[in-house]
Design a protein around this ligand. Structure first.
Ligand SMILES: Cc1ncc(COP(=O)(O)O)c(C=O)c1O
Length: 487
């Protein structure tokens, strides 16, 4: 697979252009989808609009094939690779979950060790359930005041590499959901010295590629692979994502691994949105993220003037566990006003019509983008001011940490596929968990299969439920029981 783009520039959008040509051709459609450009489903057409349903086509020769791209998808992927400084780019239509899983499964097989922080998204541990690789967790640093997990220190990573010289790869969040970055360049240097691959979950870092004042991107730091949520901060449609690779990884094998789980009917709405978003980012990304940083900096300053709240930023950088900070993230600590983050999240939506990204035990996160306007930023600031005035209370009794270090007893695959039974949550301390438990978002497991259930964890789950966090992952939809092993 060669990354040569003959006669195309970043102004071009090959998939988008091919789709438009198919519409102009007035094709008589005798293929799927059966709604046939919306004629077979008027209600859908009226709801989504004629353009949308007309463009909802299936693979055909002029539109290429996502599983085996040879023309317009290949060109669009090559343009994306060029825009992101990668050797290859793969379009993914089942979310960054798909990208993360393919990334891990491209380098890890059953029994292989993968060094990783424990504050990863569930998709990374899911990949281990599927492929049978085993995690070697490196504890992230903890910010005591905020209670949040940070990045990994180079010292801890070096020690883990010494202890596990046979590890295949290391996985890194760049950045975490809260905007925290580890020292990626140094980690890449250490890993490559030990012949380990560097895999980066850049679900929250698409924008790093397009502004020099943002933290270093995975490709620039020399990482081998990166999963990019174009749909999060890159401007494409929800569920569209990308996997970037360097030539240290065989791209033809990666394509086969992606095809183990990806659909054979890739949506052209998603694919063309990736194409157009890449063009927009490469032509206008710098201005877009300049504006985003200005909005976020302004909001941080104004929220901090309200008192009680702490909108944290670059002052967290101490080079050990916080090597860099993503200024576009507007994370606000809420515990000092006596409210859990999830309570502020609910109040913002229910009483002020403001939907933010997430609220957890002690923090909220608002995603800022070039799509925002002054008006919305001011609305958010004044709603937070009102919430403080109306709902502030004593913080006594509020839980003060988002992260509990895991006690891993079995690998995720072995535990997930072991016989397990439902056990009352309150009585499950000391048992080994057979399933995931997490608040979504952020989707970082509180428990993963194979981990010991402790009192701390049970208290955390109870508290998160009581405060209104959306708990997921368990067989029991109410999370009153957990699947435990060995009964
Ligand atoms: C760090 C991280 N990685 C991966 C994902 C998975 O992304 P998606 O929802 O597109 O599957 C998420 C989703 O929130 C995430 O936060």
């Amino acid at each position: 697979m060669e990354n040569k783009i003959v006669g195309l520039t970043q102004q071009d959008t090959p998939i988008h252009r091919a789709l438009e040509e198919q519409c102009i051709n007035r094709l008589a459609r005798f293929d799927v989808p059966g709604h046939k450009g919306g004629r077979g489903n008027k209600e859908l057409k009226d709801f989504l609009g004629e353009t949308c349903v007309k463009l909802d086509m299936n693979s055909m020769k002029p539109l290429d094939n996502l599983c085996h791209p040879v023309s317009v998808i290949k060109d669009a992927q090559s343009l994306a690779a060029e825009a992101f400084g990668a050797d290859n780019a793969f379009f993914i239509v089942h979310g960054t979950t798909g990208a993360v899983q393919s990334m891990i499964m491209s380098v890890c097989q059953r029994g292989d060790k993968l060094l990783m922080p424990r504050n990863v998204h569930r998709s990374a541990i899911n990949a281990l359930v599927v492929c049978g690789a085993v995690p070697i967790y490196i504890n992230p640093g903890i910010q005591k005041k905020l209670g949040i997990p940070l990045g990994m220190s180079v010292k801890d990573i070096a020690q883990s590499m010494e202890e596990n010289p046979d590890a295949k790869a290391i996985l890194i969040n760049n950045p975490t959901y809260y905007g925290i970055c580890s020292d990626l360049k140094e980690i890449v240097r250490l890993a490559h010295e030990k012949n380990m691959f560097v895999l980066v979950d850049e679900a929250h870092g698409t924008h790093f590629y397009f502004h020099p004042d943002l933290p270093i991107s995975a490709m620039e730091a020399g990482a081998d692979m990166s999963s990019i949520s174009m749909h999060k901060t890159g401007g494409s449609l929800t569920q569209s994502s990308m996997l970037l690779t360097r030539n240290t990884i065989n791209p033809n094998y990666v394509r086969q691994v992606i095809n183990l789980t990806q659909t054979t009917s890739g949506s052209y709405l998603l694919l063309s949105s990736l194409d157009i978003a890449r063009k927009t980012l490469s032509l206008h990304g710098k201005e877009m993220f300049e504006k985003t940083m200005q909005y976020a900096d302004y909001a941080r300053e104004e929220i901090n003037k309200l008192g009680g709240y702490y909108a944290f930023g670059s002052e967290l950088i101490e080079r050990q566990y916080v090597h860099d900070f993503d200024r576009t993230k507007l994370s606000v600590h809420t515990r000092e006003i006596g409210l859990a983050g999830i309570e502020v999240y609910d109040l913002l939506r229910d009483d002020y019509g403001i939907q933010i990204e997430f609220g957890d035990i002690g923090n909220i996160l608002a995603i800022i983008s070039a799509g925002d306007r002054n008006l919305e930023i001011e609305r958010l600031i004044s709603a937070l001011s009102e919430i403080k005035r109306l709902h502030q209370k004593d913080k006594v009794g509020l839980l003060d940490h988002e992260y509990i270090s895991p006690n891993v007893v079995l690998g995720p695959q072995e535990a997930f596929y072991s016989h397990s039974v439902a056990f009352d949550l309150d009585k499950s301390c000391g048992k080994i968990c057979g399933e995931f438990v997490m608040c979504y978002p952020p989707g970082i497991p509180i428990l993963a299969p194979g981990e010991m259930i402790t009192k701390d964890i049970v208290d955390y789950i109870r508290y998160a439920k009581e405060k209104g966090c959306f708990l997921t992952g368990t067989q029991d939809m109410e999370v009153n029981t957990l699947q435990v092993l060995g009964e």
